[in-house]
Design a protein around this ligand. Structure first.
Ligand code: NAI
Length: 501
């Protein structure tokens, strides 16, 4: 009995310490400490972007040593791994968004943020051209794609074009959806990269289903409306198809029993199998789970054109046919953004790869001075993964902190030559893979994990719980973690919301 009481005391004690810690974090979140004011004598470090790379730099950078300015057309960080869950309402949109000003407010020195799109870099004058885009409607109309919004918008009025000087520049602007110039993609397909994309998919799904519920339409038209197609069998396409299946089985079947039986999900992939970057066992597991879940996979099939109501696809035999669809989601990977192309043009001798900015092992843009690049826009020999961007950002902020602190300590030199001195303060960047995870639907996930120098691959329900806890743990803030956990509980208790926003 004594041992039992002791165990209970330990459990209660641990719970009390945990609750006190959580309470303290919540209090700190609402009541950040006083900040040091802006200091014009510090060198200006501009961070472009608010994705995995730049936001992680901001989080880890010692702002005492710099005058930090963040520039991005998006004033929040988006936890992209859970974006497919937002397309069907498993998770609510704002649960995976974290305002960048929240992060800024917790830095030791004041940080400046401009909601603007950087459209040009002049390395000779160390000056950026920014376009103020307060017209977020244009961005939403362009599916949230930032470069695309700029391209679609008319020439900005002169008063919205602003110049900003920099001493150091960190480019973390990510990439853009690659349509491979396939006709009709921009007009008719939904992408899955930014939050407005997820919102658009959710609306289109409900539109198609409500339209299919009219009695006066033909059976052929009903089947078309209820055919959901995903193009691209990478992790994005697979995760979206899995979420869509769950929505169909767990929710639509309750509210639209007759229609739900007729919904078909098809995934089209140009290569012989899906998820080429994953272990063969996991590819087979995913394909057999999809087949159990009645998701058709058309491999060795290439989408050649997207029309308003049908796709034109080409099989391995070269024959083309039409595939009528209700909603099509295009998830075929990414390409460089227009800004990256413009930066490359400044260094034509060194920047010879159209896929992004070539960087050295210290993430310095080849040919440039005082410019670093990281994440999907940088070509560093690693895949375009959130994990890579985040590790690069942690490495870069540590290196910058160390170099700037050393420079500040050496007789008043505030780090003028940080770019070359960074080598003295950091070892070259090396990525260490923590493994890949993907949700495949019906409470199953797959994982490729490096463990004791071996690669372990696992798939199933236990992996799904591992996936859940890994993502909860990785979310950017306590607020996001709480919101996502409560969304999962809400879905379990009440199901997903089918209202069309
Ligand atoms: P991806 O590049 O991994 O896959 C795109 C797929 O689309 C390719 O398999 C390609 O063969 C196919 N494709 C291209 N054009 C096509 C066409 N016209 N018709 C049919 N199929 C076509 O793209 P994704 O999934 O957007 O991922 C981008 C990057 O982000 C990758 O590096 C991926 O590993 C990473 N990622 C990782 C996740 C995870 O680990 N959970 C989640 C999401 C993305």
């Amino acid at each position: 009995a004594g041992r039992g009481r002791r165990a209970a005391r330990i459990v209660l004690g641990t719970a009390a310490v945990g609750a006190a810690y959580l309470g303290w974090r919540m209090y700190r979140n609402r009541n950040p400490a006083e900040q040091l004011p802006y200091d014009p004598s510090k060198k200006t470090l501009v961070l472009l972007g608010t994705g995995w790379g730049s936001t992680t730099v901001l989080k880890n950078l010692d702002t005492d040593n710099f005058n930090v300015v963040v520039v991005s057309p998006r004033n929040y960080f988006l936890f992209t791994p859970l974006l497919p869950s937002c397309t069907v309402g498993t998770i609510e949109n704002r649960s995976i968004m974290e305002p960048v000003r929240q992060l800024m407010r917790h830095k030791s020195r004041e940080v400046t943020f401009y909601e603007a799109e950087c459209t040009g870099v002049d390395p000779a004058r160390k000056e950026l051209t920014l376009v103020r885009r307060t017209d977020s409607d244009a961005q939403v109309a362009a599916g949230g794609r930032l470069g695309a919004a700029a391209a679609a918008a008319p020439e900005p009025p002169a008063e919205d074009v602003v110049k900003l000087g920099y001493d150091y520049l960190v480019v973390g602007v990510g990439g853009e959806v690659n349509s491979f110039n396939t006709p009709g993609v921009e007009e008719h397909a939904c992408f899955l990269k930014e939050m407005p994309d997820a919102r658009k998919i959710r609306r289109r799904l409900m539109d198609a289903i409500e339209r299919a519920s009219f009695d006066d339409i033909s059976e052929e038209e009903r089947d078309r409306l209820l055919h959901m197609v995903v193009v691209g069998g990478g992790p994005t396409g697979i995760e979206y198809a899995g979420e869509l299946h769950d929505f169909l089985v767990e929710d639509l079947s309750q509210w639209y029993p007759a229609l739900a039986r007729r919904v078909r999900i098809t995934l089209v992939e140009a290569l012989p199998n899906v998820l080429p970057a994953f272990d063969k066992k996991l590819i087979d597991y995913t394909q057999s789970t999809f087949s159990e879940n009645k998701i058709s996979i058309l491999t060795q099939t290439m989408v050649k054109e997207v029309r308003a109501r049908e796709l034109v696809v080409q099989g391995a035999d070269g024959a083309r046919r039409e595939l009528p669809y209700g909603v099509v989601v295009w998830a075929t990977g990414i390409k460089a953004s227009p800004l990256v192309d413009r930066i490359r043009e400044r260094f034509p001798l060194e920047q010879t790869n159209r896929r992004g900015l070539l960087v050295d092992e210290y993430l310095r843009v080849k040919g440039a001075r005082d410019i670093w690049a990281l994440g999907d826009c940088a070509l560093s020999g690693y895949a375009p993964l959130a994990q890579v961007a985040s590790q690069q950002a942690k490495w870069l902020s540590r290196a910058l902190n160390a170099a700037a602190a050393a420079a500040a300590a050496s007789d008043g030199d505030d780090g003028a030559d940080l770019f070359s001195r960074i080598e003295q303060h950091a070892r070259p960047f090396k990525y260490s893979s923590q493994g890949s995870l993907a949700y495949i639907g019906s409470d199953k996930a797959i994982a490729d994990l490096p463990l004791f120098n071996r690669n372990i691959s696992a798939g199933g329900i236990a992996t799904f719980w591992f996936w859940k806890s890994a993502y909860l743990n990785e979310l950017f803030s306590l607020r996001n973690t709480t919101l996502v956990a409560s969304d999962w509980i809400k879905r379990f208790l009440f199901g997903r919301d089918i209202s069309r926003e």
